[in-house]
Every structure is written in structure tokens, then in C-alpha cells.
Design a protein around this ligand. Structure first.
Ligand SMILES: [Fe+2]
Ligand SMILES: [Fe+2]
Length: 360
């Protein structure tokens, strides 16, 4: 009778398991990938559905303490059931009924709001109240008191983007409700826009604001004018006419962890494709067009929201007769800050992908 000696490697593996240790040689490929394999999937949410659901929530769900915001989050099917648009970005459509107030609070998540429709609504950040119009971008930097309300009978609807997934991954979330529903307004109406809205000029007695943007709200009329001016002189091969919202005193992005863009795709433009690390959330703001992501065509019209995951090849198309506008948020500043940004153009003779399907 032969005695089979236990395999010493198997024994060693068992000893490791009991001691909560894992040999790298068995799963090197899983944790040290040769290229990104994001869980985040390319996805698109239709405006007609977003709007109908937000409107119904406006009828059924009150805004109360504890549920400060009537926000409906984009839940990417690749995020394992978490209500995250990408691995770093949370995005939502938010609905505010006329005369409502979304109570004041503050949190360490960095946040922006892009107004889709909101006549009569306002936003107060650290005592500075700004009246809002369609196309305005509002910043709420980390740990700043903010509340939103409406002075009219009209509802307001906007897109929210926060770095909640990143904040949670880093175990760094803090949140605090303000003792009052609305904080005191301590500045003159629209003060931040009036003081800092012409970016290349600064009140001479003030030092530059280097840590965060001094401008709380970026007005649509300024953004539109800058886009139209840029379109007269220059465009990018991958994104056509595109502007980054900046801290006017540094030229840097509006948040440490993400940046915001407004993009004009001129009629007939079909950009070259590329890919880069970092994820993006888009809102089709005006017009119609398509974005080809990993060979799949995502057709969009105004109000649709969609996601481009890290390292997914993408290009934009406007095959209509009118201009198309995209607002977008990208975690690029984060990737660059930690030295993990990489990009490359698509390798094909015309710089475009072969379309293999249509998202439905
Ligand atoms: Fe908030
Ligand atoms: Fe890109």
C-alpha cells in the first residue's frame, strides 16, 4: 500500500488561507491588470423617462429633513446595485416644485448643479444667493452650506453631479444639516457673479482665490458667448468646440476631483475617436447627435444623460443641420493628481470606430 504524501504547496496554500493571506502568483492578472476593465458600463438614460419619473416624484415625495433633496440617481448597471453613475461620480436629476425649499446642509462631497430648467429658482452657497436660469452651472465646494429654493410657481429641474462614490471609497464622507431650512443671505443678490463673473478681471483689493473658485455660478449667457466665439477660431479633433469651466483665478478645474465642460458639436461634425483613463457623465443639453462608445452608437436628444467608462473608445457625431450641445463632468483632475491619466487616439485610418450596434 502506497502512502500519498500531501502536496506541500497545497498545505502552504491552506496555511495562508487560515491566516488571511493570499499568494500573488495565483491572481496576479486579476489585481494587476494589463489594461483597465471597468465595472462601469456605457449607458444612456432617456430624458422622457427621467422627466416623467422626476415629475411623479414631485407629486408624491415631499422634501423633508433626512431626505433633503428630491434627486433620482443614475444607477449604472455595472456598479453592483449601487446608485452610482461611474466608479467615482454620482449623477442625478433633481426636481424642485414651485415655492419649495431644499433645506440647507453641507457635506464633504464636491458637488455641482447644471440647470436644465428653473425660472424663479435660486441657490444659496455660504450666504451668497444667486438667481438661476437654464444653462447655469452652480458650484458647491466641499463643506460649504447650501440650500436651494424657488420664488415662483414654476418647478425647477437640474442635473446634480457629486463625487460620492470616490468619497465613500476613501472613507471620507461627512454630512451636517444646517439648524435652519434656509441659511441667512449675507451677500448682495448675485454677488459672486457680479464680483467675479468677468473672469479675466478681479477686484484689485482682493488676493486671488487659489484653493477654490471664487465664482459660485457660471451664467449660461457667458458660456454661450464663449462657445460661439471659440467656434469662430478653433476646435479640437476629438471633442470639436469644447470649453472647460475654470477657477478664473487659477485656470484650474472647478473641483479638485472633477471638471466640467460645455461642448458644441457643429452641424456635420464627426470627431476622431480616442480613449483615456477616467470616467465621464454627459447631459445632452440642446439638439441631437450620437456618441459611439466601444463601437456602439448611443443616439441622444436634449435631456438624455449618458456615461463613458474609463478607457472606452469614444467619438461624437452631429449629423443634423443644427448645433448640438453637451454638458459633461469628468474625473480627469483626480486621475492627473495621482499620476494615473493616460490617453491615446484610436488606431484606424480615418480615426473612427467601426459601428457594430446601437444602444437600446
Ligand atoms: Fe448637498
Ligand atoms: Fe474623450
Amino acid at each position: 500500500m502506497t502512502v500519498i504524501e500531501p502536496d506541500p504547496v497545497v498545505q502552504l496554500r491552506e496555511q495562508m488561507r487560515e491566516r488571511h493571506l493570499t499568494p500573488l502568483w495565483e491572481l496576479e492578472g486579476e489585481i494587476m491588470g494589463v489594461r483597465p476593465h471597468p465595472g462601469t458600463r456605457p449607458w444612456l438614460w432617456r430624458w422622457s423617462q427621467l422627466y416623467a419619473i422626476a415629475e411623479r416624484a414631485g407629486e408624491l415625495v415631499p422634501i423633508e429633513r433626512g431626505g433633503d433633496r428630491r434627486a433620482i440617481a443614475l444607477s449604472n448597471p455595472g456598479q453592483g446595485g449601487m446608485p452610482y453613475a461611474t466608479s467615482t461620480l454620482w449623477a442625478a436629476v433633481q426636481w424642485l416644485n414651485g415655492r419649495e425649499v431644499a433645506p440647507a446642509h453641507r457635506h464633504t462631497s464636491q458637488a455641482i448643479r447644471f440647470i436644465i430648467d428653473g425660472a424663479g429658482s435660486y441657490s444659496t452657497v455660504e450666504g451668497d444667493r444667486v438667481q438661476l436660469e437654464r444653462g447655469d452651472l452652480v458650484l458647491t465646494p466641499p463643506w460649504t452650506w447650501h440650500d436651494h429654493g424657488s420664488d415662483s410657481e414654476e418647478r425647477a429641474v437640474w442635473m446634480d453631479v457629486l463625487d460620492i462614490p470616490l468619497n465613500n471609497y476613501l472613507d471620507a464622507p461627512f454630512f451636517e444639516p444646517h439648524p435652519d431650512d434656509s441659511q441667512k443671505v449675507t451677500a448682495a443678490p448675485n454677488a459672486s457673479v457680479l464680483k467675479y463673473g468677468v473672469g479675466q478681471l478681479r477686484p484689485a483689493w482682493e488676493p486671488p482665490s487659489l484653493g477654490r473658485s471664487p465664482l459660485q455660478t457660471y451664467k449660461w449667457s457667458d458660456t454661450r458667448r464663449a462657445l460661439d466665439n471659440l467656434a469662430k477660431v478653433a476646435a479640437d479633433p476629438f471633442d470639436d468646440v469644447v470649453l472647460e469651466y475654470t477657477n478664473p483665478h487659477t485656470g484650474g478645474p472647478v473641483m479638485a476631483t472633477f471638471t466640467c465642460w460645455m461642448q458644441l458639436l457643429r452641424p456635420g461634425v464627426h470627431t476622431r475617436a480616442h480613449r483615456h483613463t477616467g470616467s465621464s457623465v454627459y447631459l445632452a443639453y440642446e439638439g441631437r447627435g450620437a456618441t459611439v462608445i466601444e463601437g456602439v452608437r448611443f443616439s441622444w436628444t436634449a435631456g438624455d444623460m449618458f456615461v463613458i467608462p474609463s478607457w472606452a473608445t469614444h467619438e461624437h457625431v452631429n449629423d443634423g443641420a443644427d448645433p448640438a450641445l453637451l454638458f459633461s463632468v469628468h474625473d480627469t483632475p483626480l486621475l492627473k493628481a495621482v499620476d494615473k491619466y493616460r490617453s491615446e487616439p484610436h488606431d484606424s485610418p480615418d480615426g473612427r470606430q467601426r459601428v457594430t450596434g446601437e444602444f437600446s
